[in-house]
Ligand binder design. Structure first.
Ligand SMILES: O=C[C@H](O)COP(=O)(O)O
Length: 294
């Protein structure tokens, strides 16, 4: 008998660290489901329910999420739910509309229905041509997603690597660009997230565009300095009393050619990692998990 998929309750708490993987459009449907199965097998008990021995200890520290292509979501949800794996599922995008005449689009509600509890929005590959999503469009999508109970994973990052300038100038330029992407999102979330609301989290993946699809991740010092500055500004302007987003938890992950060694270099300054190509090899994921649990 085929396992039915049920909508998943929006997580009301998350462990200290998050570890996510997007397989973008790299895998066929068959490859996606077999990859997820291999991942689940390799990472057991990390992915098992918190009620199981060792699983509890790990689940308190680390939450996994997986973001495959749309056509594979239902099968992935079937696999996760039938094996009771503690891994959140997310879509790679959603519409800014709740429903209607929008051919080719996928709504946040549909994602929820097929077992997603997250949605990735504003990835650099969608902000770039030919899709050209604007900050305002990304923010509108985030709001709709949150209204449907999905935790948004919003990708942000500066486009160019500044060279031949002082370190403070390099960081300043990046912070300015990232803040310009983060603030429209937070402003659109006023009144729909935080204390007493279904969604209590917003996750930002800091992905300098120049570090995506590269040989190696951005330098840890750069990542830490940019995220520290953005986090400080977000806390001061939005999360403190009167900032309009009381009770909202904001997490910052790093993405962009991340793999074994990246977490160690970041020295626990971030809230997790978002893996791309280097996660295609399940052994790399095992190595990253090991680093994060140390
Ligand atoms: O979605 C993931 C990020 O864009 C990172 O991808 P990458 O690790 O292949 O550079």
């Amino acid at each position: 008998m085929t396992q039915e998929v049920t909508a998943v309750a929006t997580p009301q708490s998350l462990p200290r660290y998050l570890l996510g993987i997007s397989t973008k459009m790299y895998f066929s449907h068959a490859q996606t489901t077999s990859y997820l199965q291999r991942l689940a097998t390799a990472l057991t008990p990390s992915l098992t329910l918190p009620s199981r021995p060792k699983g509890k200890e790990i689940a308190e520290k680390l939450q996994f999420f997986y973001i495959p292509s749309f056509p594979s979501l239902y099968s992935c949800a079937q696999l996760l739910q039938s094996q009771k794996l503690s891994i959140l599922l997310g879509g790679q995008d959603c519409s800014e509309y709740a429903s209607g005449a929008h051919t080719g689009c996928v709504s946040a509600g549909q994602l929820r229905e097929v077992g997603c509890s997250m949605v990735e929005l504003g990835h650099a590959e969608r902000r770039a041509a030919p899709v050209c999503e604007s900050d305002a469009l990304v923010a509108a999508k985030v709001r709709v997603a949150v209204e449907m109970g999905l935790i948004p994973l919003v990708c942000v990052g500066e486009k160019e690597k500044v060279v031949g300038e002082s370190v403070s100038r390099r960081i300043g330029v990046a912070v300015e660009e990232v803040v310009a992407q983060v603030e429209p999102v937070l402003r659109r979330l006023m009144g729909v997230v935080g204390d007493g609301k279904e969604v209590r989290f917003v996750v930002f993946a800091y992905e300098p565009v120049w570090a995506i699809g590269a040989e190696r991740p951005a330098e840890a010092d750069h990542v830490v300095a940019v995220v520290r500055a953005v986090r400080e500004l977000v806390t001061r302007r939005y999360l403190k009393q009167g900032g309009g987003l009381d009770g909202l938890e904001v997490r910052f992950l790093y993405g962009g050619s991340a793999g074994p060694g990246t977490w160690k270099a970041l020295k626990g300054e971030l809230d997790g990692l978002f893996l791309g190509r280097f996660a295609h090899d399940v052994e790399n994921v095992q190595a990253v998990v090991q680093e994060m649990l140390e």
